[in-house]
Design a protein around this ligand. Structure first.
Ligand SMILES: [Zn+2]
Ligand SMILES: [Zn+2]
Length: 359
């Protein structure tokens, strides 16, 4: 019965093998449980994780694989326990995970992503029912209400998509390490999907923001479009040395390797370098940390409570990611362009108007 086409009423785009090439794929989702929300997906952002997983670069991918974990949509059905929080027609978001135990210390403290039993990723994860999770490059999704977020009134839905992964990924370490102190200085290393949001958040929090980039071509936009106070070409040793001990915080959003010793030398006493990108290795001499009591801290996405707070922060400060909206039929090209860093600054797939089951 499971193979009956009538039950396969969700249409997605899936990769079938490590070539990572995506094509249409019909499948079924679970029926809406008492704590579930079902949403018609309107938009889904494209995260670098989508490249990594569709191409099995982490070695764990299970095919067919439907990626996408920056999901925004409209509630179409809710379970009996959900009535208080969400109703049909509400705009909602779903991020990088869709389940956790909801019982452990971390879950109780709204650090669900650090759940002791493991949070369930939005795609390529095994959910409580034993079924492989499938992401937001699809017409609809069914999610436990705990992992659904209210999109603030009047916030544009397409712009909300990148906040669900890129946004919370930079917002979490910024809050954890108290980067919400106006007047302090923040250096943002790398200016892609994550970095451009770190700049916008930093400015909204009253920080003095410097962008470090390898590419002079980003200078104009960093200063004039994103509002950074300063722009530094990271290969310019002289400029770098002149900034010695001048930063309270650094956020490394770059995925390429960076000279950690040099960057650590830019931190003031007790400064913090938050690592949200994935360089191949983190290499530095211990003295770069010890002298000056500096810290390097890791972080990945964020908890449900903080995600909701971040969405409201963006709405109240009128922070909107810079996006390029594309139809699902363009997705393979978009992933290629993402690999080639040919995007300012986030692709968002218009699922609602380009992916239809009746087409
Ligand atoms: Zn992501
Ligand atoms: Zn837990």
């Amino acid at each position: 019965m499971a193979s009956s086409p009538s039950t396969h009423n969700c249409l997605g785009w899936a990769a079938r093998d490590p070539s990572g090439v995506l094509s249409p794929y019909n499948f079924s989702r679970r029926v809406v449980g008492s704590d579930d929300v079902s949403l018609d997906i309107a938009y889904c952002g494209i995260c670098y994780a989508d490249v990594i997983w569709t191409r099995n670069e982490g070695g764990t991918s299970k095919y067919p694989l439907v990626p996408g974990h920056e999901i925004v949509g409209i509630v179409k059905e809710v379970g009996s326990n959900v009535i208080q929080r969400f109703k049909v027609g509400d705009p909602v978001g779903v991020g990088a995970y869709v389940n956790s135990c909801r019982e452990c210390k971390n879950c109780n403290e709204y650090l669900e992503i650090e759940c002791s039993k493991g949070a369930v990723p939005t795609f390529d994860g095994i959910d409580a029912d034993g079924i492989l999770t499938k992401g937001g490059y699809s017409t609809y999704i069914v999610v436990h209400q705990r992992y659904c977020y209210k999109i603030p009134e009047n916030y544009p839905l397409a712009s909300a998509a990148p906040l669900l992964c890129a946004g919370i990924t930079v917002y979490t370490p910024m809050m954890r390490h108290n980067m919400n102190q106006p007047g302090k200085s923040l250096g943002v290393i790398g200016l892609g999907g994550l970095g451009h949001l770190a700049v916008k958040f930093g400015k909204a929090l009253g920080l003095k923001v410097t962008v470090f980039s390898t590419s002079i071509s980003k200078k104009e936009e960093a200063l004039n479009l994103l509002g950074a106070d300063n722009f530094v070409i990271s290969s310019d040793q002289q400029q770098m040395m002149a900034l010695s001990k001048s930063f309270d915080f650094l956020i490394n959003t770059a995925s390429g390797d960076i000279p950690f010793d040099l960057y650590l030398s830019l931190l003031k006493t007790a400064g913090v370098l938050a690592l949200v990108g994935f360089p191949k290795q983190v290499k530095f001499s211990p003295g770069s940390l010890s002298f000056g009591m500096k810290s390097i801290a890791g972080s990945i996405t964020g908890g449900t409570q903080l995600t909701q707070e971040m969405l409201e922060f963006c709405a109240s400060h009128k922070i909107y990611p810079e996006i390029e909206i594309v139809p699902i039929q363009y997705v393979n090209e978009a992933l290629e362009r993402l690999i080639n860093k040919d995007i300012k600054y986030r692709f968002v797939i218009d699922i609602g108007s380009s992916l239809k089951t009746d087409g």
